[in-house]
Design a protein around this ligand. Structure first.
Ligand SMILES: *[C@@H]1O[C@H](CO)[C@@H](O)[C@H](O)[C@H]1NC(C)=O
Ligand SMILES: *[C@@H]1O[C@H](CO)[C@@H](O)[C@H](O)[C@H]1NC(C)=O
Ligand SMILES: *[C@@H]1O[C@H](CO)[C@@H](O)[C@H](O)[C@H]1NC(C)=O
Ligand SMILES: *[C@@H]1O[C@H](CO)[C@@H](O)[C@H](O)[C@H]1NC(C)=O
Length: 882
């Protein structure tokens, strides 16, 4: 508390009570009791899609304060916010799932044609970029990282992370919330962070704490040394799978034990990045010497040495080998790194894992097995057939299992530098031992970005890769699919002649059915070093333990273990060449003048001059008709059901990010503003315009609404019986003064967090959602907008209560809300016109209220005489304080 000063101390003493601090100190006792604590992260990161609406809201708040005679310049983020513009560009390069799901150090793709695309895109985005640039100049504490700097989590890791905050000479640990579930990646560097909804992020920027349940903390102990052949990818996937089995949903995971010292920052960040896969809120790696080394290598050495001094002084710098430093945990699970088994997958699907030691046996079993994912149905007498052929004047043989394609490809497996360097060092040792790859094997290298080429070259391994035929053919994003072009004719003839199961080995991450090559019936995914090893061996039918990769010109048998680089060798090269190289790339982009960005003409006024012609940026209605603080949740009288859903309605169903369909309400609106369909752009790019976003709410073409027979963004307007687009139906209800609710099944609001998935329904007049369960972030976004998330009691749902959605609902919200309290709902049946309390309905509980701590905050804020608006009255309570 002492570290914050000035205005903030007032806020802090107001929001964080002695009891909260005692709860944290008393964690051991209260950890199982669902105790809530307020948490104020040190900073916030946003990307452009979520950043635009946040800046729009801040700009609108300034207008509102001005209108009320206040000083608009008082409206600023209280805690530092960094907005990284990456999405607008990203859409052109790598595919999102491919990017975010597994990858670690991800780079934006560049090439000439891509540059052209980017220029075009820059034109399209100009308006939003100008607006953001205005924001970065108008607001204190808001920094904008211009486009082309890299992808948000990478920039956060390499550039934005402070690890220790320095606020006017006061130090405290860095922590962050971001508007993306992969924000957790930063935990790999010892910065506690996780993803929140856009509305929650705005509240944090306004100085409000996040109210969270004091979590249970699972200690994940790493022991032992990994076996040779095990790559970082194997370790990461093993830990991820293990955590999924342990069950860590909603908990913190913290790593400890001597094995942690074996993991590079890249490995740690990858594991942390996978949080959404295993459901932990955060997966934290405390700062140790390896983290400090990373900070020093990514620049600003002088400042970073204070990081070490500070953490050492407060006892937070860890030596993972010293067990007397191990903290107490709720529960401890262990992994002996020695038990991690190196794996490949195939021969037809990525999910069919095969331990490297079983590859030969497994392939031979597949040969004879019945046609299927694990079978080729080759007659037993033909398992050893051999076909001789001639290639460029020399004689060769092919048999079942012969490797004909070996490709190091993709943006994922190739993104962890240790794996790529491992391949490079293996190539070096193989060449030095006199091994070669047979010339008919189609070899290629397509790394994730130019940076990979840079460090492969700098570390001196590129020439060895080339000698084995692994030359760079293009960048991962283009060749992700492992498209390898035609095979030599004589090879194809030999395969056809012998009806051979020829093999492709590649380090991609997705399946390949029919993708790799029509003539390779078996395709295995393997780590980049193993791709090289199998290429040298020329066959997948090899047991690396017992059989040599090849025999060199001096007659010496060379085994894989003879040329496999150790983790230490790899890490030494990584430290020397990779990290500084990567950092340089990012750092230069941020620091050097980005001419297109600098040339942008951004107004320098403190208030934003809204352009009424703009179809991207529009002043939102959230602050219209500001009123004194009122209770955020209102009872609803005789509400109609706008939509009735089943399970798993995602935020993308509620507020799609993609294309604006030509005949949709949003399209009609944009057409009326003089735009042609070519200029529509996506919903994601128009999050600065509430008129488009309201019309885009529930506009996903895959929406399944129980009121309608076929899927589509439509619903029934009950008073007229007409079937209308959802927005149009909502407008009609609104004009007639009717409230609306939404019925849903399980996991309502799953998927990526999206504040428009709460703002949109609010603008349509939705007062409450009645669901079986909610995704956590979405639920808090609903609360933030004053849309009440109601939840059926366990075991009950619309079916058991006999609800059809064709009733009218009166929801009675008591004045005094209590956590998990029951809420009464009265129903008016549309057919009979009788108002009654349906049996069981009074037990519907109000969710999210206790969880989000909004009750307490509400109690506090109503004591203040401050001006609050409808949807944001709780969120914005504290900007009123000043
Ligand atoms: C500057 O920003 C534009 C905007 O998209 C981007 O295309 C370009 O690559 C950036 N320039 C550099 C040097 O990164
Ligand atoms: C282990 O850590 C404790 C606590 O920080 C410290 O007092 C002790 O000297 C350390 N032991 C070794 C061998 O470094
Ligand atoms: C064969 O391998 C041995 C052991 O690695 C090495 O010393 C020798 O130089 C190699 N011979 C050739 C011709 O490369
Ligand atoms: C990476 O390669 C391994 C083979 O070592 C494969 O099993 C895995 O599916 C790939 N993983 C990812 C995340 O791409």
């Amino acid at each position: 508390v002492n570290i914050l000063r000035g205005n903030q101390i007032a806020v802090i003493t107001f929001l964080v009570k002695k009891g909260d601090v005692e709860n944290i100190l008393n964690w051991k006792v209260v950890q199982h009791k669902n105790v809530e604590v307020p948490f104020k992260p040190a900073r916030v990161i946003l990307q452009d899609f979520t950043g635009v609406p946040a800046v729009v809201d801040f700009a609108a708040m300034r207008d509102a304060v001005k209108k009320l005679g206040g000083d608009p310049e008082k409206i600023n983020p209280i805690c530092p916010a960094d907005l990284v513009i990456d999405h607008s560009i990203q859409l052109f390069g790598l595919q999102l799932p491919c990017l975010l799901k597994y990858s670690l150090i991800i780079f934006t793709c560049r090439s000439d044609s891509l540059q052209k695309n980017q220029d075009l895109e820059f034109e399209r985005n100009k308006e939003r970029f100008e607006f953001l640039k205005w924001g970065s100049q108008a607001f204190k504490n808001m920094r904008i990282i211009p486009p082309g700097s890299g992808i948000i989590h990478q920039v956060n890791l390499e550039y934005l992370a402070r690890v220790v905050m320095d606020h006017d000479g006061y130090y405290y640990p860095d922590s962050v919330v971001g508007t993306d579930s992969h924000t957790t990646m930063i935990d790999g560097l010892g910065v506690l962070g996780w993803g929140v909804g856009g509305i929650e992020a705005e509240a944090v920027m306004l100085g409000q704490p996040i109210s969270m349940v004091l979590p249970e903390v699972v200690g994940y102990k790493l022991l032992g040394n990994p076996q040779p052949l095990v790559t970082s990818t194997d370790i990461v996937l093993t830990i991820t799978k293990h955590l999924r089995q342990v069950g860590v949903v909603g908990k913190f995971v913290e790593f400890f034990g001597p094995g942690v010292a074996q993991l590079s920052i890249a490995d740690r960040a990858t594991i942390a990045n996978m949080c959404p896969e295993y459901g932990a809120t955060a997966a934290y790696f405390p700062v140790d010497d390896i983290s400090i080394g990373y900070l020093i290598q990514t620049g600003e050495c002088k400042k970073r040495s204070q990081v070490k001094d500070y953490l050492e002084a407060v006892g937070m710098l860890r030596d993972f080998k010293n067990s007397s430093q191990d903290p107490d945990f709720t529960q401890v699970v262990e992994l002996d790194l020695h038990t991690v088994v190196p794996c490949c997958s195939g021969p037809k699907r990525p999910q069919d894992k095969v331990a490297v030691s079983d590859m030969k046996k497994d392939f031979e079993t597949c040969l004879g097995a019945k046609q299927g994912f694990k079978g080729f149905q080759i007659a037993p007498d033909r398992h050893n057939s051999v076909v001789k052929f001639n290639f460029e004047g020399c004689d060769f043989e092919l048999s079942h299992g012969s490797v004909v394609i070996a490709a190091i490809t993709s943006c994922t497996n190739t993104s962890n530098p240790s794996v790529m360097l491992g391949a490079g060092l293996l190539a070096k040792k193989a060449v030095e031992a006199g091994l070669t790859v047979k010339p008919y094997i189609k070899t290629s290298l397509s790394p994730g970005s130019g940076v990979v080429t840079y460090y492969l070259r700098e570390s001196g391994v590129m020439s060895y890769l080339s000698q084995l035929g692994f030359d760079v053919v293009g960048y991962g994003c283009m060749t992700c699919i492992g498209n390898s072009g035609p095979l030599p004719e004589s090879v194809v003839e030999a395969i056809t002649q012998g009806d051979l199961v020829a093999v492709g080995v590649l380090s991609g991450n997705r399946n390949f059915e029919g993708r790799v090559h029509p003539n390779t019936r078996a395709n295995y995914l393997a780590s980049p070093p193993l791709v090289i090893a199998y290429a040298i061996a020329g066959t997948i039918r090899i047991d690396f333990e017992k059989e040599p990769l090849g025999i060199n010109a001096s007659g010496r048998k060379i085994f894989l273990k003879d040329i496999w680089p150790t983790r230490n060798e790899i890490q030494a090269v990584e430290r020397q060449f990779v990290i500084p190289g990567m950092f340089k790339e990012v750092y230069q982009k941020i620091e050097t003048v980005n001419e297109s960005w600098n040339a942008l003409d951004a107004p320098s006024d403190k208030l934003y001059t809204w352009n009424p012609k703009s179809t991207y940026i529009k002043s939102p209605p959230f602050f219209d008709g500001l009123v004194r603080a009122r209770f955020p949740f209102e009872s609803s009288q005789n509400a109609y059901v706008l939509l009735s859903f089943g399970d798993s309605v995602t935020t993308d169903h509620i507020s799609p990010a993609g294309n604006i369909a030509r005949n949709s309400p949003a399209a009609r609106y944009l057409t009326s503003r003089g735009l042609t369909p070519r200029e529509f752009n996506s919903y994601g790019s128009r999050r600065g315009n509430d008129a488009v976003m309201a019309r885009g709410t529930f506009a996903n073409i895959r929406l399944v609404n129980k009121f309608i027979d076929k899927q589509g963004p439509q619903t029934v307007h009950f008073p007229s019986g007409e079937t209308l687009d959802v927005f149009d139906a909502a407008e009609r209800y609104k004009q007639a003064g009717h409230s609306l609710i939404v019925l849903a099944g399980k996991e309502y609001g799953a998927g990526s967090s999206r504040d428009w998935a709460a703002k949109g329904p609010f603008l349509l007049g939705v007062k409450a959602v009645l669901a079986e369960s909610y995704e956590r972030i979405h639920r808090s976004n609903l609360v933030g907008m004053g849309v009440i998330p109601l939840q059926y009691l366990p075991g009950e749902d619309a079916g058991t209560l006999g609800l059809t959605g064709r009733e009218r609902y009166t929801i009675i919200i008591p004045e005094k809300l209590k956590p998990q309290m029951n809420v009464q709902i009265k129903l008016l049946s549309l057919q009979e016109g009788r108002l009654e309390v349906v049996k069981g309905m009074e037990k519907v509980i109000l969710m999210g209220i206790c969880y989000d701590g909004i009750l307490k905050q509400h109690a506090q804020s109503t004591n203040q005489s401050c001006i609050l608006d409808q949807p944001f009255k709780v969120q914005y309570a504290f900007f009123c304080l000043s």
